[in-house]
Design a protein around this ligand. Structure first.
Ligand code: RP5
Length: 162
C-alpha cells in the first residue's frame, strides 16, 4: 500500500444543500487531522463528473464519504466504479425525513458494498470517525488521534446528572 494517497478522504455530496450536514463530517476530519477534499457530485445531474471522479479516485483517496438524499444513488454508483471503501451518509430529506435516503444507500444489492451510516448529523459524524478508523490501520498518528478523541468523549460524560 502506498502511504500518502491512501490517507486522504474524499467528502462528496449530491447537492450544495447537503453541505449543511456534510460540513459536520469535515469538522470531525479536521479535529482528527485527516486530509480531505470536498466536492459536489450529483449522480443524476452531473453523471460525467461522477464517473470521472470515481474512476480516478484510487490515485488520490483512501476513503470516500458520500452524502446524498432522497433516491440517494450517489454512494452506490461511486462504489460501482471503484474498490475504495465508500461510506454513505443518508441526508435527512424534507419529504420522508431521510428514510428514503437511508434505504436507498443501505439496500445495495450484493456485490457492490456501501458502508451506511445513520441519517443526518449522527451519520455525518460517524462517517468521519469510521474513515479515520480505516486510515488508522496504516497510520499510527491518526490512530493516536482517534484514541484521544474517544478518551476525551469518555471523560466528558459526568458521573451524576445536574
Ligand atoms: C439529492 O437530492 C441530493 O443529495 C440532495 O440531498 C437532494 C436535494 O437536492 P437539492 O434539490 O437541494 O439540490 O441529489
Amino acid at each position: 500500500m502506498k502511504k500518502n494517497k491512501n490517507h486522504k478522504v474524499a467528502v462528496i455530496m449530491g447537492s450544495q444543500s447537503d453541505y449543511k450536514t456534510m460540513k459536520i463530517t469535515v469538522k470531525i476530519l479536521k479535529i482528527i487531522g485527516l486530509k480531505y477534499e470536498t466536492k459536489i457530485i450529483s449522480a443524476h445531474r452531473t453523471p460525467k463528473r461522477m464517473y470521472e471522479f470515481a474512476r480516478s479516485a484510487k490515485d488520490k483517496f483512501g476513503v470516500i464519504i458520500a452524502g446524498a438524499g432522497g433516491s440517494a444513488h450517489l454512494p452506490g454508483m461511486v462504489s460501482a466504479l471503484t474498490t475504495i471503501p465508500v461510506l454513505g451518509v443518508p441526508i435527512e430529506s424534507k419529504k420522508l425525513k431521510g428514510i428514503d435516503s437511508l434505504l436507498s444507500i443501505a439496500q445495495m444489492p450484493k456485490g457492490v458494498p456501501v458502508g451506511t451510516l445513520a441519517i443526518g448529523e449522527d451519520g455525518a459524524t460517524n462517517a468521519a470517525l469510521l474513515a479515520a478508523s480505516i486510515i488508522a490501520n496504516n497510520n499510527s498518528t491518526i490512530k493516536k488521534k482517534l484514541e484521544n478523541w474517544r478518551l476525551s468523549q469518555t471523560r466528558s460524560v459526568k458521573k451524576k446528572p445536574k
